[in-house]
Design a protein around this ligand. Sequence first.
Ligand code: SF4
Length: 349
Amino acid sequence: MASDSSLKNLAGMTPGELRTHLSSAGIEEDYGTKLLYWIYKRSLKRFDDIDNIPKSVIAKLKDHFSPGLFGPMSSVVSDDGSVKYLFRNPAGLLYESVYIPDGRRHTLCVSVQSGCRMGCSFCATGDYGWHGNLAAAEIVNQVLSLPHNITHVVFMGMGEPCDNTDEVIKACNILTAEWGLAKGRTNITVSTVGIMSGLKRFLEETQCNITLSLHSPFPEERVEIIPAELLSPANELISVMKSFVIIRRRRFTVAYVMINGINDTDRHLDALKTLLSGSGIRVNLIPYHPLVDDTCTSSSHERMMYFKHILVTSGIGASVRRSRGSDVSAACGMLAALNRTTQTNNSNL
Ligand code: SF4
């Protein structure tokens, strides 16, 4: 029997990778199709659960592979039914996911990194610093290991997708592939502050929805909130999104966190209209969640509804996002693995 550390994790493998590893283990590649079903459709946890592969092959699988799923260390339930989960990967990196039930829609907000190095001013994750990238398998594990029937996945947890592009693209593909989790591509949304090279790859190499964090239509103001504006100005990112032919209900959105008196003036609204007019890009208006010792507050609901009204009547799709999970620091910009010291074992495996 091989030692645990030498076992290869099945979760996170593509069909090609699985065939290669089966072949090196002396196992017929044809078992790959059945294994993919067990990994991604049945969230395989124990080889002994497999009932359509011969016992002799199962024994070989145990010698070379591990199912590779692991559950969260702890969870906190919000009054509104959202649940924030804390994960720790085998390398010790901490990261969070947030489950958000809403009628028939069951969304999981996943992390792509432990922390983040983008340093956005309003974000607790940025304050937590950057501790490392997550592998595609660890991103997909957040969906596979939780006891929910997830219908939508948003890459809006900890970390910046454009700072871990290869693994996020691979995770998107596993989530949408027929051999993988077979989620509808329009049910997957990658949210980014936008780094041009990464954004182009998400546009070209996935069919997922894309949300660009904007927060101000003025470059000199946006850079104060999102330092990545210096590397890739939002107006250039939006030009690329505008020029990209949107096929089959793929949705492009800008996220606009509304801060009272800072970015919610009529001047901002006019510039936002000019920037997005005729683009087909929608606006998602989001309440601001103040951090500790923060003097900024969210725009009022009335002000947010006014922004929405003016945008919609100008021909720009807009919506106001309800705040979810803020009582357990699970809302937008609040994820910082803060309960990392309370390590109650809440694994679902
Ligand atoms: S908003 Fe996103 S990109 Fe900016 S620091 Fe937070 S996690 Fe990173």
